[in-house]
Design a protein around this ligand. Structure first.
Ligand SMILES: [Zn+2]
Length: 355
């Protein structure tokens, strides 16, 4: 298992056991104490208040904020909602009172009228899709709670620097803090990578036999579950399990693929790959169509997805197809090798010989 996955798993186990973890926002970013909201106890809240700014937030999916009638506090900041205390607490500010409020916010049995407004706990709206939709601390916190099998709500508070008490702790000081208190550390980036690797990133759509100039191909459409990008796979000839399949990964280029533009190599590479596969009687073309405006060399500048994100998408498509061994079928060694490195990291066996 990758070291980063071990860190994510340790954090999930701690959250499952009702313990806090340190969530870092990049290597030099700030850091948060995070716990599952349904695990909030007076002792845990006292610990969070003591080592943080004391500004404890409760991250909830948007749907829960709406169910509990927690509107945004202002039009400019739509994430932070009106603050609350659960009824029946004292002043609401003590660790004991805030633990009760946070646990009540996490409870499916709570209703809007259970809470006073304003109060001492700040609910914050988080995208229910978590870090794959939005790489922010609130989304990371609810992801940790959900993956830990707790409710989909979490408490979080910025950790204060001990060396410079007027500032927020960053970087190595967060690690020192975690070691001193025996807490796991996990970063938002590690959670993103873990979820991309462990959760299917595409769903299969339509399937058809397409007669092309290179022969009949089986074509299958896929949709990215997060950004909605729709990708196409063309399977040429037969694909035997266990035999490395020639693979060509192509990123859509409207001008090159459709109009045969000579300003780029896209169209020639795609046709070359189809011709080789047709001659060999076997091969898979993964045609990636990232979400947003179409990519078109020489016409539109595009923001290409990072190679590691694209290789994860390709790996999930190959798993869906039952293809676990591939070989390079490219005359674009630069892009092809980067892509193959990424796909190999996903656990799919690659043979780097041109096929
Ligand atoms: Zn192009």
């Amino acid at each position: 298992m990758k070291t980063t996955d071990v860190r994510v798993c340790r954090a999930i186990t701690a959250v499952a056991n009702g313990q806090p973890v340190v969530l870092s926002n990049g290597s030099e970013g700030d850091g948060y104490l995070v716990c599952a909201a349904d695990a909030a106890t007076p002792g845990l809240l006292a610990f969070m208040v003591r080592h943080s700014s004391g500004y404890v937030r409760a991250a909830l999916p948007v749907s829960e904020c709406e169910r509990l009638n927690l509107p945004p506090m202002s039009h400019r900041d739509t994430a932070h909602c009106v603050s609350v205390d659960v009824r029946g607490t004292g002043t609401g500010i003590s660790a004991r009172d805030r633990a009760r409020t946070i646990a009540a916010l996490a409870s499916a049995d709570s209703v809007a009228t259970d809470f006073h407004r304003p109060g001492h706990v700040l609910p914050v709206r988080a995208d229910g899709e978590g870090v794959l939709a939005c790489q922010e601390p609130a989304e990371a916190a609810i992801d940790l709670a959900r993956m830990a099998g707790r409710g989909q709500a979490a408490a979080l508070a910025e950790i204060v620097s001990r060396r410079r008490p007027t500032q927020i702790a960053r970087g190595t000081e967060l690690v020192e803090f975690a070691v001193e208190h025996g807490l796991p550390v996990v970063s938002i980036g590690e959670l993103v990578a873990y979820r991309r690797r462990t959760e299917p990133q595409v769903v299969r759509l339509a399937e058809a036999i397409l007669p092309t100039w290179a022969g009949d191909s089986r074509v299958i459409g896929f949709r990215d579950v997060h950004d909605g990008g729709e990708h196409l796979v063309a399977i040429v000839g037969t694909v035997d399990a266990g035999v490395p399949v020639p693979l060509h990964v192509h990123v859509e280029c409207l001008t090159g693929d459709v109009f045969g533009s000579k300003a780029c190599r896209c169209g020639g590479e795609l046709n070359g790959a189809l011709a080789r596969m047709s001659a060999q009687g076997s091969g898979v073309v993964v045609y990636l169509r990232p979400s947003g405006p179409p990519r078109a060399c020489g016409l539109l500048t595009s923001n290409d997805a990072p190679a590691d994100t694209m290789s994860e998408t390709v790996a999930w498509i190959l798993r869906d197809l039952g293809v676990y061994a591939i070989k390079l079928s490219e005359d674009a060694p630069g892009f092809g090798l980067v892509m193959f490195g990424g796909i190999r990291e996903q656990g799919i066996s690659t043979l780097a010989a041109a096929g």
